[in-house]
Design a protein. Structure first.
Length: 257
């Protein structure tokens, strides 16, 4: 497990984008050999996406032979709704790069059979050869994707009821109106992300500091699902200084060293 501590949000975003860029370039993807990337939504990855778009526009990075799998999607929100994760991904990332739309996989929260949709998503990941690098963000309560506190650490892609903390945190995207916020989502499981060859988790801001402390300084605990990644052979936590406020000085000095 690595903890990379950067000065601020912009530096953390740039470090993460460079890391993704280098991993894709080193992989040398081609027609019969796609790089598979797991992707998150939310505020945290926006800076990283902006940087990746910049590298693509400069001609340093191509997504032609990259397959992406998104972590989650709301249930019952129309795909073209401005707050759906389909809209988020296309507006903030996909439409600015050269990815083949057929290679960008996002769960369908309006599928007639939601369990079948989740099973098919797992199968698609398997058929793509697994995920090379899964990028994630976390909630202030330490959840990764929509694996809310109490989720099984061996869970797979499934339908999940959202915790009240998550609904309250998401209300800002729905004009502060709780009645408009979806209460259910389709999400990859903790086990799905654990299967990736490498995991990079972005944690920025003082409001995520307690979750980062729980993720790396305390034991593995299903009430803080991000803590599962202590047991992954290749996990990188990328954070800014604000996110380290709850960590011991000793921990911070060790990782900075």
């Amino acid at each position: 497990m690595r903890l990379v501590i950067l000065e601020d949000y912009d530096q953390a975003s740039e470090w993460a984008a460079k890391y993704i860029c280098n991993r894709i370039i080193q992989f040398k993807p081609s027609q019969g050999r796609y790089f598979t990337l797991g992707l998150p939504t939310g505020n945290t990855p926006l800076g990283c996406y902006r940087k990746l778009i910049e590298y693509h526009k400069k001609g340093d990075l191509s997504f032609k032979y990259v397959k992406t799998f998104n972590m989650d999607e709301y249930v019952g929100l129309p795909r073209n709704h401005p707050e759906s994760y389909h809209s988020y991904m296309w507006n903030n990332f996909f439409k600015h790069i050269d990815i083949d739309p057929n290679n960008a996989h996002i769960l369908d929260g309006n599928a007639p059979d939601l369990q079948a949709e989740c099973d098919a998503f797992e199968k698609k990941i398997e058929e793509a050869g697994g995920i090379d690098l899964f990028v994630g963000g976390i909630g202030p309560d330490g959840h990764i994707a929509f694996n809310e506190p109490g989720s099984s650490l061996s869970s797979r892609t499934r339908l999940k009821t959202l915790a009240m903390d998550t609904i309250l945190a998401n209300a800002k995207y729905f004009d502060g109106d709780l009645s408009k916020v979806p209460t259910m989502a389709l999400t990859v499981g903790v086990g799905t992300v654990m299967d990736a060859r490498e995991v990079m988790i972005l944690i920025t801001g003082a409001h995520k500091a307690f979750a980062l402390y729980k993720a790396i300084e305390e034991g593995v605990n299903h009430m803080w699902t991000v803590s599962a990644f202590q047991q992954h052979p290749r996990t990188i936590f990328v954070c800014d200084e604000d996110a380290t406020l709850e960590l011991r000085v000793k921990t911070v000095k060790y990782f900075k060293g």
